[in-house]
Design a protein around this ligand. Structure first.
Ligand SMILES: *[C@@H]1O[C@H](CO)[C@@H](O)[C@H](O)[C@H]1NC(C)=O
Ligand SMILES: *[C@@H]1O[C@H](CO)[C@@H](O)[C@H](O)[C@H]1NC(C)=O
Ligand SMILES: *[C@@H]1O[C@H](CO)[C@@H](O)[C@H](O)[C@H]1NC(C)=O
Length: 243
């Protein structure tokens, strides 16, 4: 069922989650440099690699919960990387994407949002934002949010909040807190601030990845996140050499 829905969403998403990520990377990031400067760069890189310790990689991921590219990246690349290398990653998850925040609040003080894939995506973004907030552990949040992404394409079913909580070992109190956050002002405040971070970073497509603030490794990381993270770490942890 998941596979079928994924295929359908993927096809729909080709039209909706545009521009296509790989074509949207600014040309400047891949422009060739001259042979001489490449050689110098490589020498400098190798030299600094020998001396500079790098124990954690900071990775920021801008995404939205119903974009098929975001789902694919999150479930098939990010979760496995986090399971293997979670303690070497300083993750920042930004579940907002191409949404809009209305500048007015309702009678309960909640902002309203318009999302690229409609209201269900706004509920999904809220659920992710609340899980990040309540769990206070982004390794755990990736595992929980990945469960939501695989099961709950419509995010209309609060049962998924509970079911993924139980399957991913979230304490009952935290599951209840996530539910309250989604429906209350906390979730709306979190999502509004994710919108501000997304706008400040001029995100043109999702998923969008930054390593230590740079987009340099984005293209490679879409295909092989674990390798990119391992290549940035120095020394490489044993997990990089196990299968
Ligand atoms: C909300 O946004 C609209 C349109 O951008 C603007 O005209 C209005 O003044 C804003 N309201 C507040 C309270 O900022
Ligand atoms: C974060 O969550 C992961 C996965 O549940 C767990 O293995 C890890 O120990 C947690 N980290 C902290 C600091 O609690
Ligand atoms: C949140 O709101 C939805 C829809 O109105 C409702 O079904 C759900 O039970 C509420 N959850 C909590 C924890 O209040």
């Amino acid at each position: 069922m998941f596979k079928l829905m994924f295929v359908v969403l993927f096809l729909v998403g080709v039209a909706l989650c545009s521009p296509r990520p790989n074509n949207a990377i600014p040309a400047s990031t891949s422009s060739p440099t001259s042979t001489t400067s490449t050689t110098v760069d490589e020498t400098t890189k190798v030299a600094s690699k020998l001396t500079t310790l790098k124990e954690k990689v900071q990775l920021t991921i801008f995404y939205e919960t119903l974009c098929p590219y975001s789902i694919e990246f999150f479930v098939e690349k990010l979760e496995p990387a986090v399971l293997k290398l979670g303690s070497y990653l300083d993750l920042q998850l930004v579940p907002y994407g191409k949404a809009q925040t209305s500048n007015e609040t309702d009678s309960e003080g909640r902002y309203s949002f318009t999302c690229q894939h409609g209201a269900p995506e706004c509920r999904g973004n809220l659920a992710h934002a609340c899980a990040i907030d309540v769990l206070r552990n982004n390794t755990h949040a990736v595992i929980y949010n990945s469960c939501l992404m695989q099961s709950s394409f419509e995010y209309s079913d609060p049962e998924d909040i509970t079911r993924c909580g139980v399957s991913e070992k979230v304490p009952t109190k935290s599951i209840n807190d996530i539910g309250k956050c989604i429906n209350g002002t906390r979730g709306s405040t979190l999502l509004k601030s994710y919108g501000e971070i997304t706008k400040a970073n001029k995100v043109l497509f999702v998923p969008h990845l930054k390593f230590d603030g740079s987009t340099e490794h984005e293209r490679d990381a879409r295909n092989n996140l674990i390798t990119v993270v391992c290549n940035l770490l120095n020394p490489q942890p044993p997990a990089c050499h196990s299968t």
